[in-house]
Design a protein around this ligand. Structure first.
Ligand code: ASP
Length: 343
């Protein structure tokens, strides 16, 4: 008996991968999906069925927002039963945010959702798009004992598969555009496609997929710098409807110990604002209390983002605020890893 073919759904949202140069201005802009597929006849050679869904108006991912995340989540929800894996074609600029968001939105996900894109359009002679796309489809098609091998949202770019919510875009020019500083690669593509099985996410397979679409955008990200002023910070922290702030601090979660600064945070927390401490460093973790310059934050109830990326911190925050979690449990829940996004 011949094995049934694996079914993969390709979701095209936009990004450089499908762009062409505007002949008047020379700027790259989104192109139509049909044309993109025509550029890769190799797809016919893959041992799986590929179906496609495209955003009506493909976007440059700099225009990404939570409404589009819901759109991607709904496409996956609608086709969840019929497909074995999903590949999302997405611009690289905000891909880490989207992969993080989808990881929280798709609760009990038991199939692969692989985000990919490229630095050069697929029609370019030196494009990185073909390898990224073909290997992403192969990764999404991998099975073990008749079930998908990968059961999480990941990101594939330039020979590496990463956990999506652990990635950061780190280079606007190199083909190796992404990195995962705080979590090992899930797979590496060389002569063989080597999967690091022990690092794969293991969801509870008894639970059904639940798609969380309620995201609350009333948050801010504040990056500290030496000399940041009280008036700027006050105006941010007193923004109407603001529910939470991600504070990008120095090193292992350190900040100024000046009274006005700590008092501002303390007052904001007492008014019900959630403050998350995330490091500005690319790698490593927040450890409040390790230095004197972070002890006060711990004392006043700042939430530790541990080794989370800012991208995942933003997504987790919008997701948690959308869940209406009560003030008391918010801190404990936020500090607990949900989809492998933190230690
Ligand atoms: N500006 C593009 C985008 O994010 C860059 C890319 O696709 O690599 O849509």
């Amino acid at each position: 008996m011949t094995k049934p073919k694996i079914n993969i759904l390709l979701i095209y949202t936009g990004g450089t991968i499908g762009m062409v140069k505007d002949f008047k201005t020379g700027a790259l802009k989104s192109f139509n999906f049909k044309n993109l597929l025509d550029q890769i006849p190799e797809l016919q050679l893959l041992d799986c069925n590929i179906d496609t869904v495209s955003f009506k108006n493909p976007i440059d991912s700099s225009n990404m927002n939570p409404k589009y995340w819901v759109q991607i989540a709904e496409i996956i929800e609608t086709h969840y039963k019929t497909f074995d894996g999903f590949v999302v074609l997405h611009g690289s600029d905000t891909m880490s945010y989207s992969a993080s968001a989808l990881s929280f939105m798709l609760e009990n996900l038991a199939k692969p959702v692989v985000f990919t894109g490229s630095q050069l359009p697929i029609g370019d002679l030196r494009t990185d798009a073909k390898e990224n796309l073909i290997t992403s489809i192969q990764v999404a098609s991998m099975q073990y004992k008749g079930r998908p091998l990968i059961k999480e949202v990941c990101l594939y770019f330039e020979y590496k598969l990463y956990r999506g919510n652990r990635t950061t875009k780190l280079n606007a020019e190199h083909f190796q555009a992404f990195a995962s500083f705080n979590y090992p690669d899930l797979a590496e593509s060389g002569v063989h496609l080597k999967i690091n099985q022990k690092y794969l996410f293991k969801p509870n397979l008894r639970k059904k997929l639940k798609v969380n679409k309620n995201l609350d955008e009333n948050i801010a990200v504040v990056k500290l710098f030496p000399g940041i002023s009280i008036s700027i910070l006050e105006s941010i922290f007193n923004t109407p409807n603001l529910k939470a702030v991600i504070l990008e601090t120095y090193g292992s979660g350190n900040c100024s110990t000046e009274k006005w600064f700590i008092n501002l945070l303390k007052e904001s927390i007492s008014k019900g604002l959630h403050i998350i401490n995330v490091t500005q460093c690319s790698g490593g973790s927040v450890v409040m209390g390790h230095y004197e310059t972070s002890s006060a934050l711990k004392k006043i109830g700042v939430i530790s983002g541990k080794d989370i990326t800012t991208e995942a911190a933003v997504a987790k925050l919008m997701y948690f605020l959308g869940q209406n979690i009560s003030g008391n449990t918010f801190k404990t829940k936020y500090e607990t890893s949900l989809r492998g996004e933190m230690i």
